[in-house]
Design a protein around this ligand. Structure first.
Ligand code: ACO
Length: 156
């Protein structure tokens, strides 16, 4: 994973509330998520470890930030699902990838995908999957992913 100069990547912290909410707005509706809710969810994410290795988090919310200002430029997550199949294997789910408008096109998305994918495989994933819109297929192909299935959903 190569991160462009001037940026670093780290786990989400409670102080990232505004930056994360603003960045996620390029992806979808975040709605009225309060700071208290955000902080409580960060606490929850930090409290769940994998059963096979307590040093590994199930949720891996990550941000790319400006090294000087700590401003959030990109956000994403990989959730590690403990399965029974594949001899108790682990499947990684890449979720909620967003690069803020003024940082798009600087290879931050690709760097984030590289980081999350490495994290997943180093944590024992036998595969990593994600759902995306047709318009982002080329981006994910450039990150090493390929189309294998059809997403189906049922909404309330
Ligand atoms: N179509 C075709 N190619 C693309 C696209 C696209 N939509 N987006 C990026 N690329 C290419 C770039 O040209 C670049 O190619 P190169 O390596 O040959 O030069 C490569 O993909 C890497 O691009 P980045 O600069 O890393 O992309 P960026 O940082 O702008 O992030 C992203 C891409 C995440 C799609 C960003 O535009 C974004 O946040 N979009 C809005 C939110 C979104 O749709 N998120 C994905 C949701 S799916 C999910 O979360 C699992």
């Amino acid at each position: 994973m190569t991160l462009p100069e001037g940026y670093k990547i780290r786990r989400i912290e409670k102080k990232d509330y505004e930056g994360v909410v603003e960045t996620l707005a390029v992806l979808t509706t975040v709605g009225n998520l309060t700071r208290e809710q955000f902080e409580s969810i960060v606490d929850y994410w930090n409290s769940v470890q994998m059963y096979h290795d307590k040093s590994i988090y199930k949720y891996n919310p990550s941000v790319i930030v400006d090294v000087n200002t700590d401003e959030v430029a990109a956000v994403g997550n990989i959730i590690l699902e403990q399965k029974l199949i594949h001899e108790g294997g682990i499947c990684g789910h890449i979720e909620d990838i967003a690069v803020s408008k003024n940082h798009q096109g600087k290879k931050l998305g690709k760097a984030l995908l590289g980081y999350l994918s490495d994290l997943g495989f180093q944590s024992g994933c036998y595969k990593i999957i994600l759902d995306c819109n047709e318009k982002n297929v080329k981006f994910y192909e450039k990150c090493g992913y390929s189309t294998t299935a059809i997403e189906m959903q049922k909404r309330k």
